[in-house]
Design a protein. Structure first.
Length: 103
């Protein structure tokens, strides 16, 4: 059994390691509920991390009012928001590049 596990790990190589390092940070998976291609709020995958982090900070502070996002963003620290933004920016939505509208 141990040989099978080691063999699978070695065969996965860099791809397996890349997948292991791309686990979403806490909270990032929740974004897919509203921000996927075809959803009412539009996809945010692949958008610049700085843009996503700034939007979360604006929602958290109340500068950018929104009933749901203000409450959601207040649940994350600035560090957590940056981690979520960095993760989402590395994700690529299927199809054409994301629109340039604000998230």
């Amino acid at each position: 059994m141990r040989l099978a596990v080691v063999s699978a790990w070695l065969l996965a190589g860099p791809v397996g390691l890349a997948l292991a390092t791309e686990r979403p940070p806490p909270g990032a998976s929740a974004c897919a509920g509203c921000h996927v291609e075809g959803a009412a709020m539009g996809a945010i995958d692949g958008r610049p991390a700085a843009e996503i982090a700034a939007a979360l900070a604006e929602y958290r502070s109340g500068v950018r009012p929104a009933s749901m996002m203000s409450r959601i963003a207040k649940g994350f620290s600035e560090e957590e928001s940056r981690a979520i933004a960095a993760y989402l920016s590395r994700q690529r939505p299927p199809g054409p590049e994301p629109s340039q509208e604000r998230p």
